[in-house]
Design a protein around this ligand. Sequence first.
Ligand code: FA5
Length: 349
Amino acid sequence: MNSKIAELKIQFDAEAAKASNTAELEALRVAYLGKKGSITELMKEMKDLSPEEKKSFGQEVNQLKGYATEKLTACAEELKKQEIQKEIDSVPEFDISMPPSMNEGSYHPVTLVQRECERIFKTMGFAVEDYSEIVTDYECFEALNIPKHHPARDMQDTYYLDNGQLLKSHTSAAQNAIYKKYKDALINDGVPIKAIFPGRCFRNEATDACHENTFFQMEGVMVDKDISISNLIYFMKTMLSEVFKKDLKVRLRPGFFPFVEPGFELDISCLICGGEGCPSCKHSGWLELCPCGMIHPEVLKAGGIDPEEYTGFAFGLGLTRLVMMKYGIKDIRDLNSGSLKTLTQFIDE
Ligand code: FA5
């Protein structure tokens, strides 16, 4: 090998070994292989050589060029690997078996009370059903004996969607589907329909301490032969005394809902003020908690059930209001506030 070429190779190897980052490697490439680089410059010396020398010199310079190019590529890859390793090493050690150091989060109080109610009703043989938040006019009103233009629709200021559907304004909207789902077992096998269906409801309400535009209800129905108001009162009282772990003062008064006959309002004595009157109970000492009644024959018919043979009760528990009473929350709006300070205080009992 030409001595000058051999020397340049040794010099290149030494400098390549010292390069410690990609910028230094790039500088090396320019210094040896760039337009004015040492290896490129060697080619210019060809003109002074004899034709025989030119051939071998040209081959050796080309070999050195190839060698330097490959070496620079290999060094770049090695450096990249080292840089990645350095980055990995700089990450603090992470032990996946460590318990989380952050707050673990907690269930929303509505979830806690809903689960408690579900547990209680399940022990009394009720199925728990889930239902859509977007429903049809038929489900929400017509199947419940509230035809179009009936003034009872005004009791619920409903959000309608462009496609004619609506946001469920009460959980009663699921009644028709529940009757249709379970009627065959009732009629053919004599299995009573016993179901609860909790869900989020939406109304265009002027909000105050006990009214929200988005709140939870829990509907319950029972249909069989010879079901009466006493059955309804029994289940409601059992549920309330289990949720509150004490006997509550309740009152039943007549109430109008087109889908029950007779209909009632079940109120509980306000637990925020002990019945004295406060903003949470609109200063009446009582809180409307659970309208209920005997299912209207037209509603049973719409669900495919013969009202001559079967009777049933239905109730629409105000789940969010129940939560207020259970935990002594004075303003319903706190529950939709998203404030962790408020919402993380509640624990499962
Ligand atoms: C109804 O929604 C009927 N579907 C209930 C029903 C079912 C009656 C089955 C008969 C048989 P009402 O609009 O009164 O009824 O609401 C029921 C309960 O939901 C109320 O007693 C109250 O506790 C709660 N509620 C109603 N509106 C709101 C609101 N804006 N914010 C919070 N809770 C509400």
